[in-house]
Design a protein around this ligand. Sequence first.
Ligand code: UT7
Length: 309
Amino acid sequence: MGTRIVGTGVYLPKEILTNFDLEKMVDTSDEWITTRTGIKERRIAKEESVVEMAKGASLEALESAKLNPEDIDLILVATLTPEKRFPSTACLLQAELGNKRGYAFDISAACSGFIYALEVADGLIKSGKVEKALVVGAEKLSETVDWSDRSTCVLFGDGAGAVVLERSEDESDILASKMFSDGSLWDILYADNCGYIKMKGRELFKVAVRNMEEACRKVLEEAGVSPEEVDLVVPHQANVRIINSLMERLGIPKERAFVNIDRYGNTSAASIPIALHEAVQEGRLKRGDLVLLTAMGGGLTWGATLLRY
Ligand code: UT7
């Protein structure tokens, strides 16, 4: 039994905040942000809640899969900015979609949340318990950054991405995946209840490159695929310098990485599904391609997934 990816979708808030806008808010410059991170602008959800963004991405993904919300058996939302303490954002999304057939829960693994959610959904599908799953990454990080702290506020943005997965009797799009965590490093990146994001950036940078490389090598090994065979890498968009170092260490030309951090900044759990959708839309990702997804985030958590899209 296999898992096919049958639809993708995104929701991106209309409001754009550029580096030049930030220059007026904190002591920073477009030059610093661009050269240190690759970010030029990010989206800010002024009007939209995290559930509304999740709904927008889900409806687009369902439409591209030619399915209705009622066809879905499992709804997973990866988020570090849940709408409420409880119920889960996934349950609120289920209500918004008018789905009564399935069950819903959130995955809390910060920026690695989408990788974790994909593995959970894939496992439930392959075990025969679930036939169709909706996996969403949705974040309203603008509410959890301190807009007077230049070391973090320039990095993050809002948005949502979704994929629809379906059980298949023959081939699987998900070839291999691995999740990791090391709770002893939690204080490198965290936010207290109702608090702002706190980050030890330089430390995190080094761990991110090392751990994502390790995760990528493990999934490639498990699938018997060499790095040169990978057609596209869709990494978590935290910093373009992290992406470039990762590509270099893996020995994959950096042109094979999908990068959209310039337009959206770091959208945490939403970054991979947004990038995946754009890669499909832009024709960078075609059916049959080997695609490597990888992320690293608070927890610390990290992981990788290899797809034959
Ligand atoms: O999504 C989860 C994963 N996230 C990550 O993996 C993020 C990893 N970390 C990073 O991407 C980078 O560490 C940052 C982009 C956060 C920071 O870049 P950096 O090259 O590591 O800079 P730094 O923190 O070492 O700071 C260098 C200098 C400092 O000044 P001094 O001490 O050298 O005088 C900072 O105060 O840059 C200063 N600085 C800024 N200057 C202008 C920090 N933030 C800013 C800013 N504008 N926004």
